[in-house]
Design a protein around this ligand. Structure first.
Ligand code: ATP
Ligand code: MG
Length: 463
């Protein structure tokens, strides 16, 4: 349910207070009236009115002083000043000091209501924008699989299908391609989503402790086992267990893993009790398991058991259409994390990103953008901000060299300020064109006021 909106009226004339209270109440506002500026300031914090109507000439504290005091409490306060014709100049000053608008006494009720309506509309818009901002930052916080690539979309469809089953899944693919993200997506889209998703990085746990990590141990099972400990299989009960880097586990643990996958049974280290856990297992590796089987380091029967459903993530170089999408996603995310307003990549920086081969895949891209955000001095990422290995690829001869964007020449001899301005002009011109020359919409899209858009159009001589 929405809260009723409050209006605060301050005027030393009782007749005006009564009249305003009557018309504003009719508009559905909760109206509170006071007779001087000081009382308005005192009431403001508890009332938090959506709109304040204040006379300028009042005893104790004038409307102008009250305006400045209220703005100290709340910079976004919407205050309409009322004044007799003689004080128009003061009212103009008041607008400069942050009043929403002023109205000259005696005024038409309809004129006043129009102003109040504009205030309320503006507040609604600000609220909507705040909600959108929140949604946007949430969508950046939760890791989602983003893609524009048809191959990856196929993978996403398979994820959706696989998620519905309880089958063991093997996720393979190069390092940094999103295997863990795939495992998370399967869990989140499965009937087990409300249960735990437990992750074990098999390569990070010392070999001697991995069995206990998987299955737990009884008190005194080995030196250092001071208490009984639950294993990850137990912890993941009714959820999903993600075993990362599965290619690295020892032959003896491979046997035990095969047993738990086939019989659904296991024992804690040092214990005899046979335990069962309702777990869905997803494993991942960036190693070639078939090759490991051929070499004899990975059991063939376990490989067959794991290989029922295999999902292969795709190297970034095989889906260049994702580079820009992901780069921009990471830019927004890291800019937000560093409290910076990032606008985008300079065309040459984008060119470097598109031409790099990304041996470290999405993780390498994410790291490169994070570094660039930290190194950048403005709102635009330039090639200089990117790691050297990324810009180096772009300089390598041989490959077809894409022209630097026509609208943005290499910028030799230009200062940083000049280049940023040039980029800004380009962004504004493009946006204006997209909006068919509509300045209001352009200003909205760019998140600036119409006034500053007009100023910039003039500055950059954009028609
Ligand atoms: N399609 C994608 N959309 C958004 N973020 C992604 C995408 N793919 C990967 N990432 C991000 O890239 C990083 C690496 O992904 P992830 O850890 O899943 O890779 P991995 O294949 O498990 O790598 P490794 O083999 O090195 O463990 C993570 O921060 C992940 O959130
Ligand atoms: Mg991983």
């Amino acid at each position: 349910m929405t809260q009723p909106l409050h209006a605060l009226v301050a005027d030393d004339e009782e007749a005006i207070r009564e009249m305003l209270a009557a018309v504003l109440t009719k508009q559905g506002l909760h109206v509170t009236c006071v007779a001087d500026g000081k009382a308005a300031v005192d009431l403001y914090p508890t009332l938090r009115p959506a709109v304040v109507l204040m006379d300028i000439r009042m005893p104790v504290m004038t409307g102008l002083e009250a305006l400045s005091e209220i703005r100290k409490i709340d910079r976004s306060a919407s205050i309409i000043l009322m004044t007799a014709y003689a004080a128009v100049e003061t009212a103009v000053q008041a607008i400069k000091d942050g009043a929403f608008d002023y109205i000259i006494k005696p005024f038409d009720i309809s004129e006043l209501l129009l102003l109040v309506d504009r205030v309320l509309q503006m507040r609604q818009m600000q609220d909507d924008i705040a909600v959108l901002h929140r949604k946007l930052s949430e969508s950046y916080r939760y890791d989602r699989l983003l893609t524009n690539s048809p191959k990856m979309m196929e993978l996403c469809q398979t994820i959706a299908k696989v998620a519905r089953s309880n089958a063991t899944v093997l996720v393979t693919g190069e390092s940094g391609t999103g295997k863990e993200l795939v495992a998370t997506a399967i869990h989140n889209n499965s009937a087990r989503a409300a249960g735990p998703l437990v992750k074990v990085n098999c390569a990070a746990v010392p070999e001697g402790l991995l069995e206990s990590e998987f299955f737990g141990h009884e008190k005194g099972a080995f030196t250092g086992a001071a208490t009984r400990r639950q294993g990850r299989f137990e912890q993941a009960c009714q959820g999903t267990l993600f075993l990362d880097e599965i290619g690295d586990i020892s032959p003896s643990l491979q046997v035990k893993l095969l047993r738990v996958l086939q019989e659904r049974e296991f024992e804690r280290v040092g214990g005899n009790e046979v335990l069962r856990s309702d777990v869905r297992v997803i494993v991942a590796t960036n190693r070639n398991l078939e090759e490991l089987v051929r070499q004899g380091t990975f059991r063939q029967d376990l490989y067959f058991r794991l290989n029922v459903v295999t999902l292969r993530t795709i190297p970034l170089r095989e889906r260049p259409e994702d580079i820009r999408l992901l780069a921009e996603h990471f830019l927004q995310r890291f800019a937000a994390e560093n409290q910076m307003d990032a606008v985008g990549f300079d065309n040459r920086a984008l060119d470097c990103l598109l031409r790099h081969s990304w041996p470290g895949n999405v993780r390498e891209l994410s790291n490169a953008v994070e570094r660039a955000v930290i190194m950048s001095t403005g709102r635009v990422i330039f090639p200089e901000d990117l790691p050297e290995q990324v810009t180096r690829t772009a300089e390598e001869p041989g490959e077809e060299v894409a022209e630097p964007a026509a609208t943005l020449p290499p910028g030799e001899g230009q200062t940083l300020r000049e280049r940023i301005s040039q980029y800004e002009a380009q962004v504004i011109a493009e946006c204006l064109q997209r909006n068919g020359g509509n300045r209001m919409r352009t200003a909205q899209d760019l998140g600036i006021s119409r006034r500053s858009l007009l100023y910039k159009l003039q500055e950059y001589a954009i028609a």
